[in-house]
Design a protein around this ligand. Sequence first.
Ligand code: NAD
Length: 380
Amino acid sequence: MTDTNIKFSLFNELADKEHEQVVICSDPESGLKAIIAIHNTTLGPALGGTRMWNYESEAAAMKDVLRLSRGMTYKSAISGLNLGGGKAVIIGDAQKEKTEVLFRAFGRFVDGLGGRYITAEDVGMTEKEMEWIYSETKYVTGIPKELGGSGNPSPVTAYGVYMGMKACVKKAYGSDSLEGKRIALQGAGNVASHFARHAAKEGAKLFISDIYEDKAKSLAEEVGGELVAPEDIYGLDVDIFNPCALGGVINDETLDQFKCDIIAGGANNVLDQEDKHGQMLLDKGIIYAPDYVINAGGVINIASELEGYNQERALQNAGNIYNTITDILTYSEEQGIPAHQASNTLAEKRIEAVGKIQNKYSSNAEISGRLGSVYKRFVD
Ligand code: NAD
């Protein structure tokens, strides 16, 4: 591929996904190679974590940051947050290439954006690196409890999953109670464990699997559930499947196995091919809670931190996922479209409506700022 081709495809990609700004951060002395992508700031500053990953190429890193930042726009918009979508990637080996100076350099780049982008922890990052970034910029959220932040978001994410699942149950069976419902739980990690406690308390029967059998076993014992082998989780005769481990689990292979009425869970990117498998779920009559909506408790939690963190309030906001899922399922039914598509459309509608008002009722300061660059005499 020639240089011209690379440039051409990059700008095509930006135009196609409608990104506002992409910042390439280079600091050869510290070895920092990072990209910050700001997708959309109509609803507020672009929020999204920083991921450190040993990408196979710069193009792969660019593709990932563009995809993830766009996803954050939709997640915040559908969750009713006053935030836009952004993301950052640092190209490097998270096991070997972490230094204070690299993350402080990155923090300076974040700071330079003056709040248009707010960062948080993502794959490959730990509290230690976040503290280095935080020492250079205040535009960081999801920081440790000891520094006045919100700490681990899993309890709030799990509560959102539980409430979103109840909305699906209401749609399927007329009552939102989980009592007597049979739930297959894939994964026995942080989110799954908190979720299982809520569901068991309400009288649900849980079937639990994890690649680490001891984890699944101890959770099953705690909540009176049953241990299941990881490969058997898809075909169980249950009412609900809750993917709480990894992405891509709704695919050509698993779709034939599902006997459940509902798929609602914490994992990200569960549809292997979004449009194809979302449509197949609709065709099979399985109610699907779009992953990025039902697991938004995490972003709701770190967004609460920006207002002064209060877990009660974060839980209350995550509880609103019940109403959001209800609206999405209703719209999906009315329009005869898959739930993920209904959710994307509702998110776009919110952004468009708010954007229109902003354009219509611009403040005097905004107007004179805009005109000032063209008609200098208006600014004095
Ligand atoms: P976690 O690492 O605590 O738990 C994941 C569990 O899944 C682990 O116990 C792991 O052993 C298990 N697992 C991996 N592959 C498996 C397989 N094939 N079958 C069964 N179990 C398997 O992670 P978590 O924080 O609980 O997150 C779970 C999912 O939810 C992830 O997809 C994550 O991206 C998503 N999520 C988490 C949050 C959050 O607040 N933690 C927020 C939004 C989304």
